[in-house]
Every structure is written in C-alpha cells, then in structure tokens.
Design a binder for this molecule. Structure first.
Ligand code: FAD
Length: 384
C-alpha cells in the first residue's frame, strides 16, 4: 500500500486545481450565486473540462474518451467547484451510457460534440414514485413503426434545462411475469418536444435541477439505448462509481471551510488571546480535520476498489454515506469556530453547508446506502 500520489497523479491534481481556480471559478463569480448559470457560461466551463480530459473519463482512449482510473478521476473531481463537478458527473455518466449502449451511428453523431464540451448531456431516471426505488419508473414508451412515443414526468434532473441530449428511462410494456420492461431512450433537445421546469433548491444554486414532462414525445426507434431490461445493472455500475465522487465533492467544501476556520482561529482574539490558543477551539479544529481526512480516505479507497475490479457496492455506499455526513458536520464545526461570522452570507460558509447538504440526496439517500452496505454484510436485502 502506498499513500503518496504518483508523479502523474500530482500533475493531474495540480492541473485540475489550477484550471479550476484560473478558468472555472472566474466564470462562476461573473454570475449571481443564487441563480442557475446561463447555458453560455456552462459551455465556457465545459470547454475547460474537455481540455482537462474529464468529459468522458470512463470511456476508453481508443473511443475518444479519457480512459482514466476512477481514483485519478476522483482526485481531479475533488479540485472542482462541486456545482460544476455534479453537472459533469451527469454529463459524463450519460456519455458512458451512449458509448456502451447505442448503435454506431448514434455514437458518431453525438459523442464528439459531447466529449469536446460543445454539447451537454444528462440522465433522467427519478419520478415522483421512483426515487430510491429506481425500478418503479412509470414513464411509458410506446413503439409505433419507426418512432417511439414517451409519456410521463421526471423530477430532480441535473443539467436538464441546459442539456442538448437527455437519456430517459422508461418502461416498454411488461415481461411474461407481468414485470415492467425497462428501456432507455436518447432524446435530442433540438428534435424532441418536452417541457423543462427549473426547481428552486437550498444549495448548489448556480446548478440546474429540473422537472421534465413528456406528453407523447416522439423519438426515432434507433434512439433506444442498450438491451431491454439491462437498466438496473448499468445503473448499479454508474452509482458505485458516482457515490465516492459525490463524497469527494463534499470533501472539497469541507476542506475550504476548514482552511477558513484555521486562518480565522489564528487571527481572531477573545479573552486576550488568539482563539486558536483555547483548548476547545483546538479540539473543534482537530475534529474537523479528522472528519475530512477519514471521508477522503474512504472515498479514495472505494474508487481504488473499483479500479481493481473488486465488488464495491458496500464500500462505495459506505464512502458516500460517511463522507456526506462527516463533511456536513465538519462545515458546521468550521462555522462554529467563526462565531457570528460563521452564519453570515458574506463569509460564505453557510453556503458551503447548504451545498454539502444537497449531496445527501442524489445517487442514494443515506438510509438506502446503509441498506446497501447492510445487504453486503448479511447477504439479505431489507428494502421491501
Ligand atoms: C442535487 C440532486 C441531483 C439529482 N440528480 C438527478 C439526476 O441527474 N437524475 C435523476 O434521475 N435523479 C436525480 N436526483 C434525484 C435523486 O436521485 C432522488 O431524489 C433520490 O434518489 C431520492 O429519491 P426521492 O427524492 O424520491 O426520495 P424517496 O426515495 O422518497 O426517499 C424519502 C425517504 O425515504 C427513505 N426510504 C425510501 N425507501 C426506503 C427503504 N426501503 N427503507 C428505508 N428507508 C427508505 C429514504 O432514505 C428517504 O429518507 C437528484 C437529486 C438531487 C438532490
């Protein structure tokens, strides 16, 4: 085991941090902090992500992707502003699905622009009754000749309002046992009619989270992705990779809050001495650092397990559940070290706390993640 980064990893992390600070954060600062970014700003950011080679990290180099190891990708994700990183996960996850499940003509038509960051993609699975129970999708797909028609609605879809292509999970009738057959279709925003409504939320407010409504939306049958019924396996593989990545987005926020708290404790005085010299403040700082380091290591370890081909259902669920909770706690303690300033909008830690809280929902709520880990431990599913 080696806990130090290789030379290549040092370079990748440094490049991601530099590009983030010099080219991505300035775009975020040019726009209101509490409004979804305009598409033009998103495309500016995606051009930088493409330059960094992380718009298709899970697609092999021969197919035009980054061919990155998940651990290396995770360390780069950790350097990005979380609102950008979450958008990227939705985009690149959709690219992976197109690459793995679409015919050649569709891959050739869409992948070059998506990988170059000239177009944006997303995946819509969640519905009002199909959140944690992702197999309960009710959006219907009806095939008629050369076209299929989609009817239903999706909620909480990252990127939907700025996406050029959207991968929509649907059901296509029932199998012999009466169970719904899951199918996914790729919709081109410029050719398909559907309604997208932005949903205001507490955090990551420069991002895009929307409801999408399909009323018999027409799609060419050639736009169906993968084989009938393979959606569950594909989703599990995507989630296993995504969960530690979301954990690392929280680590990014907690690290920022910690850096501010440490600097503040060394500069601010109460009772005639620096607050850093008070034992309880030192304990808060020690606790914050411990929460961040453990969260980071669990996420790295889960990503490394995926790279080694080890079954990671439990470890990736554990990493996300721990990291999202630990980082929320870490940010709260960092706020506490700041006293009144901690809750001021001017400082921005309260925004980090709201942003971090968002990550406890997508790709597995904490209760669900505990059940996934529990199932790995005892071999019995306790979902139903
Ligand atoms: C920032 C963000 C980005 C998102 N991006 C996307 C996206 O791009 N695409 C997409 O399709 N979706 C996306 N989502 C949706 C997200 O995946 C769902 O919100 C999530 O799966 C939870 O579903 P739900 O909201 O229906 O809650 P529910 O599943 O209804 O959960 C409500 C509560 O019930 C608990 N619960 C549910 N079932 C059980 C059980 N069996 N045992 C014990 N407890 C249980 C849960 O833990 C939770 O506490 C996103 C959400 C957020 C917040």
């Amino acid at each position: 085991m080696n806990f130090s980064l290789s030379e290549d990893q040092e370079m990748m992390v440094a490049a991601a941090r530099r590009m983030s600070q010099e080219r991505i954060e300035p775009v975020l600062r040019q726009h209101p902090i509490d409004k979804p970014l305009p598409k033009s700003a998103m495309l500016e950011i995606y051009a930088v992500l493409a330059e960094l080679g992380i718009t298709a990290p899970r697609v092999p180099v021969e197919a035009g992707g980054g061919g990155l190891k998940m651990l290396d990708y995770g360390m780069m994700i950790e350097q990005l502003p979380p609102v950008v990183a979450l958008s990227l996960i939705s985009h690149e996850g959709t690219i992976s699905r197109i690459h793995a499940g679409c015919p050649k003509d569709i891959r050739e038509r869409y992948l070059p622009d998506l990988i170059a960051g000239r177009k944006i993609a997303c995946t819509a699975n969640t519905e009002a009754g199909a959140g944690s129970d992702s197999g309960a999708v009710r959006t219907r797909l009806k095939v008629d000749g050369e076209h299929a028609f989609v009817t239903g609605s999706k909620m909480w879809i990252t990127n939907a309002s700025v996406a050029d292509v959207i991968n929509v999970s649907c059901t296509l009738g029932n199998d012999d046992n009466g169970r719904p057959i899951a199918r996914r279709v790729l919709m081109d925003r410029s050719e398909c009619e559907f309604e997208v409504r932005e949903t205001p939320v507490m955090g990551l407010q420069q991002g895009h989270l929307s409801e999408v409504v399909f009323e018999g939306t027409r799609v060419p049958v050639g736009h169906m992705i993968g084989e009938a019924g393979d959606a569950a396996k594909t989703l599990t593989m995507a989630w296993n990779g995504n969960r530690p990545l979301l954990g690392l987005m929280c680590v990014h926020l907690a690290q920022k809050a910690f850096d501010l708290a440490l600097a503040h404790a060394k500069a601010h005085k109460q009772f005639g001495k620096l607050i850093a010299a008070h034992q309880l403040v030192q304990q808060d700082l020690a606790d914050v650092e411990t929460l961040i380091v453990t969260a980071r290591l669990l996420c790295y370890s889960a990503l490394d397990a995926i790279d080694r081909g080890v079954r990671a259902n439990g470890s990736s669920a554990m990493a996300k559940r721990y990291a999202t909770q630990a980082c929320e706690r870490a940010i709260q303690l960092a706020m506490q070290v700041h006293g009144g300033m901690g809750i001021s909008q001017e400082l921005g830690i309260e925004r980090m706390w709201r942003d971090a809280r968002m990550f406890q929902v997508p790709d597995g709520m904490n209760g669900i993640l505990a059940l996934i880990q529990g199932r790995e431990l005892v071999g019995i599913g306790a979902f139903r």
